[in-house]
Design a protein around this ligand. Structure first.
Ligand SMILES: Nc1ncnc2c1ncn2[C@@H]1O[C@H](COP(=O)(O)OP(=O)(O)O)[C@@H](O)[C@H]1O
Ligand SMILES: [Mg+2]
Length: 359
């Protein structure tokens, strides 16, 4: 076997609760040392998939296997009880012991593994350093901030050195600023400890900023698995295009090299030879605000309903009659127009992604 052999292999996993299909034929591979994210709206099956890997749910069909410690033989995870799987699930509620200090909270899980006192002490001290908790080692959880409690929960999971660490919405209890810090922190930790991470989140920015690869899920099905840049630039379908990044979707009809919508026909790049019902994806950075005259030759004309100045850049939101989505253009510098102005919009036909709509 080569280094490319995935650590975890999920094949054809489905799970229903009565009439609710939580997972529908899910297949995916997770590579060794990867930071992998499961991303999708609430109810799409993320937690069910994580719990199936950890052993707290039994899939109705399908298989889940992990490479053995010798990295050659795959082990059938579904045949093992949760405590025998080389996998650790970090729950959203950190479930720290309130009467134990930080060091004892971290030590607790190791004491049941029959390791020597010296090894336990060494591992705990190491993890305290990695998670930046050394000076909090003697403090009880009640005296810690949310971000610090999060670190203790992480430390407790990492100290056991699982092959795979599963984290279900690990940052959702934190406020915005701490959350942004912990995103960087999690990524650094994962890199440092060399454990494969699978993080569940419904927040696309969070997934995009942390993960090497992301599986986008919707209604129990995997929509696309790719690195963040590919998901953004080459979404596999309309759901992914809408869910990842910001952008406006134009609904129309495609032919070989043009796209017709709202009574107009635009040139378009159609490498997949899509025809019939289609969506054109306009990312803000690809849309230009122009004048409305025939020399400006705009593709669409509308009215500005909002402008935003972010310091180094601006965005302009334009309402075009009959177009459902507001079209947003972003550009460097200050806003060049005012709310209420009539403007033209144009874009490079080569950059706008065209997607088939399946009836
Ligand atoms: N124990 C359960 N009993 C019944 N329905 C459940 C149970 N767990 C999850 N579901 C349903 O399965 C679907 C997927 O849930 P879940 O995996 O928790 O989604 P997510 O974590 O993406 O929000 C939802 O419709 C949810 O209501
Ligand atoms: Mg969930």
């Amino acid at each position: 076997m080569t280094l490319e052999t995935p650590l975890l292999t999920i094949t054809g996993v489905s799970k229903a609760y009565g009439d609710v299909v939580a997972l529908d034929n899910v297949s995916l591979n997770i590579r060794q040392n990867e930071f992998f994210a499961l991303l999708g709206p609430s109810g799409c099956g993320k937690t069910t998939l994580l719990r199936s890997i950890a052993g707290f749910e039994d899939p109705d069909v399908g298989s889940i296997s992990i490479l053995g410690p010798d990295s050659s033989t795959p082990i059938n995870l579904l045949a093992l009880p949760p405590n025998k799987r080389p996998v650790n699930l970090m729950f959203q509620s950190y479930a720290l012991f309130p009467h134990m200090n930080v060091r004892k909270n971290i030590m607790y899980g190791l004491q049941r593994e029959g390791l020597s006192k010296e090894e336990i002490a060494q591992r705990v001290e190491e993890v305290l350093v990695t998670t930046g908790l050394t000076d909090k080692a003697s403090v009880r959880p009640a005296q810690l901030s949310g971000g610090q409690r999060q670190r203790v929960a992480l430390a407790r999971a990492i100290v056991k050195r699982p092959r795979l660490l599963l984290l279900d919405e690990p940052l959702s209890a934190l406020d915005r600023k701490v959350r942004a810090e912990m995103q960087i922190e999690l990524k650094r930790l994962q890199h440092e400890v060399g454990i494969t991470f699978v993080v569940v989140t419904h927040d696309q920015e969070e997934a995009m900023s942390m993960a090497d690869r992301i599986a986008v899920m919707h209604e129990g099905r995997v929509q696309q698995i790719a690195d963040p840049v590919t998901l953004y630039a080459q979404p596999a379908n309309v759901f992914v295009a809408d869910f990842i990044g910001s952008g406006s979707l134009l609904h129309g009809t495609a032919s070989e090299s043009s796209f017709s919508a709202y009574g107009s026909t635009f040139p378009c790049h159609n490498p997949d030879h899509i025809s019939g019902g289609a969506v054109l994806v306009l990312r803000p950075e690809d849309v230009r605000v122009t004048g409305v005259t025939s020399t400006d030759n705009p593709l669409l004309v509308g009215t500005i309903i909002e402008t935003h100045f972010y310091g180094g850049s601006s965005s302009t939101s334009v309402r075009v009659p009959e177009v459902e989505d507001v079209i947003v253009a972003s550009h460097p510098g200050a806003p060049q127009h005012h709310v209420g102005d009539q403007v033209g919009l144009s874009w490079d036909p080569q950059t706008a992604v065209l997607l088939q709509v399946h009836p």
